[in-house]
Design a binder for this molecule. Structure first.
Ligand code: HEC
Length: 117
């Protein structure tokens, strides 16, 4: 009896952790739209409205090719000290920064597409 309860609790906790991680990995539809708007507008003010570069370098797939994902995510979250690139950790989670880099690598969605390509 006691073992069954412990078993049930462990399963419940594992399920909750699993659900939590899945939720964190992929921002949902409306959050995706907000992130696309943020990247196009806020990031675009330095990286160019078409992300081809401006004050900041291009963020197009070919520009990011070969650069380590972890360091690109860290750049989005913490910025690059000594450069104009600010950190965004107050506005995006690590999972969302990872999503942004993933989208940049595939060719970033347009605002009209609402987070879809
Ligand atoms: C105020 C200007 C500014 C804004 C706003 C800005 N960046 Fe940057 N960003 C830069 C600069 C400048 C660099 C280059 C830093 C360096 O010299 O290493 C950079 C570098 C980067 C890099 C690394 C590129 C590479 O090739 O290594 C990424 C990724 C990046 N920015 C993403 C973003 C994202 C995503 C946003 C919005 C959430 C953003 N940036 C907003 C100025 C900006």
């Amino acid at each position: 009896m006691r073992l069954a309860i412990i078993h049930a609790v462990v399963l419940l906790v594992l399920t909750l952790i699993g659900v939590g991680t899945a939720g964190a990995a992929e921002p949902d539809g409306s959050r995706r739209q907000a992130l696309v708007a943020m990247v196009r507008q806020d990031c675009g003010s330095c990286h160019g409205l078409t992300l081809k570069g401006g004050l900041g370098p291009a963020l197009l797939p070919e520009a990011l090719a070969g650069k380590p994902t972890a360091s690109l995510i860290a750049t989005v979250l913490s910025g690059r000290p000594g450069t104009a690139m600010p950190g965004w950790s107050r506005f995006v989670s690590e999972a969302e920064a990872a999503w942004i880099i993933d989208q940049l690598r595939r060719g970033f969605p347009s605002l009209d597409a609402g987070g879809r390509r």
